[in-house]
Design a protein around this ligand. Structure first.
Ligand code: FA5
Length: 340
């Protein structure tokens, strides 16, 4: 057996040295060191040898394996160098040509604005949270004071998941409010940005899949004044100047009182297509956290007050980047995406 190993070594060295290219070297490596290779055969035969012979054969076989691995690597390197030298020697080799340019993607416009919004809130001391996109009916509706037979459920046409019966594609980011309040004792300031889904007819301002930004602040003495000041500060940071805003009463079952905040159209003075000729753009739903929502999450409503707001990230992105149709965002059309 020792002799056979010696012979194997001699043969293997010759084959490696003679390998013409990387492909041939790969084949040789497989035949010598692969699972079904000759060295594996030698190792497999050891148990059948005389006990006295086994340690020596084992050692020689392993030494040969190490040596061959080294020779294979050295030959691979030499072949690479040879190939490079041949390439360089040909007439059309021009080392001064610039390298082929890598194709760089760009951030999706929604991601760009999302990051801006998150930066503003982070600088105000908010934490950024994520919530599940497939949500329990309980968090999407019931805990937000929208019981099963409540007419508000018809305000948001919902994709219900088949199977369990209690799962929905979340219709807004407000469930994150309840998940936050359940988890920790106030005070907290959180923002959650993410995808939401509604079974809606699509048009220039409505898609079935879009993005919302949800904010929740709970603590002692949190007021509606803080809420309005926060949103005005956000708008000023995003648009680079103070924008006129107005507050209207608005109904959302999970806040009381509830409002809607409109923003004076940043694109015109006397009405344009973006603001449907009204000079105002609906920006955000907002209000003070409803006592029933506090109760569902075991927050002491005697001690704490809180505000919540939610706005559409897609429509904000349209305003900031001058995009005229919400359906561009999810269409995956490179001609649109490459402009950002
Ligand atoms: C809500 O979804 C509430 N959860 C917001 C809220 C949070 C109120 C906290 C109070 C307190 P609303 O259904 O109005 O509200 O949707 C909020 C925003 O989502 C809208 O202003 C709009 O910008 C955006 N939006 C709604 N439907 C669509 C749609 N189909 N496509 C694109 N954006 C939409």
């Amino acid at each position: 057996m020792e002799e056979r190993i010696g012979q194997l070594g001699t043969e293997a060295r010759g084959r490696i040295e003679g390998a013409a290219d990387a492909e041939a070297l790969k084949t040789i490596e497989r035949e010598l060191l692969g699972k079904q290779g000759v060295l594996a055969e030698v190792l497999a035969s050891i148990p059948g040898l005389e006990p006295a012979e086994r340690p020596l054969v084992g050692r020689l076989a392993n030494e040969l394996k190490c040596e061959l691995l080294g020779s294979l690597a050295a030959r691979r390197e030499a072949l690479d160098q040879e190939r490079l030298a041949t390439d360089r020697a040909c007439d059309d080799f021009d080392p001064t040509l610039p390298a082929r340019r890598a194709v760089r993607g760009s951030l999706h416009p929604i991601t760009r604005v999302r990051r801006k919004v998150e930066d503003v809130f982070t600088s105000m001391g908010y934490s950024i949270l994520e919530g599940p996109q497939v949500e329990l009916d309980y968090y999407n509706f019931q805990a937000l004071n929208i019981p099963a037979d409540h007419p508000a459920r018809e305000m948001q046409d919902t994709f219900y998941c088949t199977g369990g019966g209690n799962l929905v594609m979340r219709t807004h980011t407000s469930p994150v409010q309840v998940r936050t309040m359940e988890r920790a004792e106030p005070p907290y300031r959180v923002v959650s940005v993410g995808r939401v889904f509604r079974k809606e007819e699509q048009d220039a301002t409505h898609d079935h899949t879009f993005h919302q930004v949800e904010g929740l602040v709970v603590g002692e003495d949190v007021t509606a004044g803080h809420l309005i000041g926060t949103l005005r500060a956000l708008l000023a940071r995003l648009f680079g100047r103070e924008l006129d805003t107005r507050l209207r009463p608005g109904y959302f079952p999970f806040v009381e009182p509830g409002f809607e905040l409109d923003v004076r159209c940043p694109f015109c003075e006397d009405g344009c297509r973006v603001c449907s000729r009204t000079t105002w753009i609906e920006f955000c739903g907002l209000g003070m956290v409803h006592p029933r929502v506090f109760a569902a999450s075991d927050v002491d409503a005697e001690r704490y007050t809180g505000f919540a707001f939610g706005f559409g990230l897609d429509r904000l992105t349209m305003m900031l980047l001058g995009i005229d149709d919400v359906r561009h965002f999810m269409a995956g059309d490179l001609r649109f995406l490459e402009q950002f």
